[in-house]
Design a protein around this ligand. Structure first.
Ligand SMILES: Nc1ncnc2c1ncn2[C@@H]1O[C@H](COP(=O)(O)OP(=O)(O)OP(=O)(O)O)[C@@H](O)[C@H]1O
Ligand SMILES: [Mg+2]
Length: 472
């Protein structure tokens, strides 16, 4: 039999070794610092340290301040970094310290009513955030077969959309228009009037002034209670703008996974794409279409596919504004967005110039889910409205110069008579909401009236007698 003292010493040793073993597992390898070798534009190059793409590194400037950066690429043993904030006082050979901070973001009901930046820090001066649930910034993949189908129409409070371009809960829509045609105002209307448990707003790359306006005037104190605003305005670094869009989506995902009905609004998707272009070009990716490198077109669906219905009860209905530069609808970002979204509402400068707001172009706006979420008779009315509306527009030049004689084509006569009431139907004051049932009923009524306006043949119209948009 062994000596009990020796046996006790052996046990003590075993316990101590086990403790040291488990302790040592918690301490990973020490971070190896690198040095800064080059800075061109906003891109920093570092050697001597290793960190994966997306990891954070701190660069220490002359005053000892740490500048937060993220690894965006590498070549050989060089790392390409991009700052997430303003860069000041950097020198050659500055220390580059890989950070162990995870790239997860914190979400939770504590975020409601708050305005935060792309890094998730409060901007509203209302104290620290206490959200505790870590969610991945890049989202979790959802098996496409597990997504709940979209089968319920959503009331957005805008008559022309409710009746003519109906949107389903969990649908992802684009709002396409040139600058200053009314994208932000329409988005604001939908923010106020759409029925949703939670509203998450991403203000990405737009004017800083609009952030305050959005929070104070559009949301107001009551709207803000169920909203989270992520703001990364135009002066934020490109990486911050990308993070802002991803963070807003992560927060929306958190609430969706908690079974809530979320409305996600992103103004704008174009600025997100432009931020990605800035980063990709800076690290040497060759531009492909109109200066956009291929990775931009890969990033767009990665962001947009995260919205929509989940496997459970929750949903993310999303609206992304898309700037159509110079009203060129063949713009590569507009084109890519159209292809990946479930529909698009197009705003027309021509209508806006006649004072018709919201300037929704019903001819070109499409909701891909309309047949699934409307009854057969409602869908038929949408088609009928579009047919009459476009009939007028196809013949507008002839009508306006007086070359069309009333009575020659009953369809055109009906279209002429209906032009003003139709424009009045599209127009809506931004301070009033029109519910979905009311919108549908008004459409049915409008079309019924239009059947009775069979125009008897009369004297030919004189040039200038018929003016589009009159009385709208
Ligand atoms: N529903 C509306 N009723 C009245 N005026 C409107 C409406 N929508 C837009 N406007 C007018 O159009 C202007 C521009 O609208 P808005 O800021 O929404 O455009 P935008 O498309 O977001 O522009 P940008 O691309 O520059 O961000 C508003 O300041 C307002 O004067
Ligand atoms: Mg705008």
């Amino acid at each position: 039999m062994s000596d009990p003292l020796i046996e006790q010493a052996r046990l003590d040793w075993m316990t101590a070794l086990a403790r040291i073993g488990s302790e040592s597992k918690r301490h990973t390898r020490p971070a190896v610092e690198g040095v800064l070798t080059r800075m061109v534009g906003l891109t920093l190059e570092a050697v001597g340290c290793q960190a994966p793409i997306g990891a954070r590194c701190d660069v220490v400037n002359t005053t000892g301040e740490r500048i937060e950066t993220e690894v965006v690429g590498f070549a050989g043993d060089r790392l390409y970094l991009m700052p997430t904030s303003e860069v000041r006082g950097l020198t050659p050979n500055a220390r580059v310290i890989p950070s162990r901070q995870s790239s997860d973001v914190l979400a939770g009901p504590e975020l409601l009513g708050r305005v935060i930046d792309g890094r998730g820090r409060p901007l509203d001066g209302r104290g620290p955030l206490r959200a505790r649930h870590a969610v991945p910034m890049t989202g979790k993949e959802i098996n496409p077969l597990n997504r709940k189908p979209i089968d319920e129409a959503l009331d957005v409070g805008v008559r022309a959309i409710n009746a003519l371009c109906p949107i389903g809960r969990g649908q992802r829509m684009g709002l396409f228009a040139g600058s200053g045609v009314g994208k932000s105002v329409l988005l604001g209307m939908m923010t106020r009037y759409t029925e949703a448990d939670i509203v998450v707003v991403g203000l990405i790359g737009e004017r800083g002034r609009e952030v305050r306006e959005f929070v104070q005037e559009i949301l107001g104190p009551q709207g803000l209670q169920k909203a989270v605003v992520v703001a990364a305005p135009a002066d934020a670094s490109p990486l911050m703008r990308i993070h802002g869009a991803m963070l807003a989506t992560s927060i929306a995902e958190y609430f969706r996974d908690a079974g809530r009905k979320v409305l996600l609004l992103m103004d704008s998707l174009t600025r997100f794409a432009q931020a990605q272009r800035e980063i990709s070009l800076a690290i040497g990716e060759p531009p492909a279409t109109k200066g956009y490198p291929p990775s931009v077109f890969a990033r767009l669906p990665q962001l947009v596919e995260r919205a929509g219905n989940g496997a459970g009860e929750g949903s993310i209905t999303a609206f992304y504004t898309v700037l159509v530069e110079g009203d060129d609808h063949a713009d590569p970002i507009a084109d890519a967005a159209r292809a990946i979204l479930d529909g698009h509402i197009v705003l027309s400068r021509e209508l806006a110039e006649t004072g018709l707001y919201p300037a929704i172009d019903v001819e070109t706006s499409i909701s891909r889910l309309a047949p699934q979420i409307t009854k057969a008779d409602e869908f038929a009315r949408i088609q009928e409205f579009k047919r009459i509306y476009s009939r007028f527009r196809q013949n507008r030049d002839l009508i306006n110069v007086g070359a069309y004689q009333r009575g020659s084509d009953p369809e055109i006569d009906r279209a002429i008579a209906m032009q003003s009431p139709m424009n009045a139907f599209i127009g809506q004051d931004m301070t009033t909401a029109v519910g979905i049932d009311a919108s549908r009923a008004q459409l049915a009524e409008l079309l019924q009236v239009s059947e009775t306006v069979a125009t008897p043949p009369e004297e030919p119209a004189r040039a200038g007698e018929l003016v589009i948009g009159d009385g709208a």
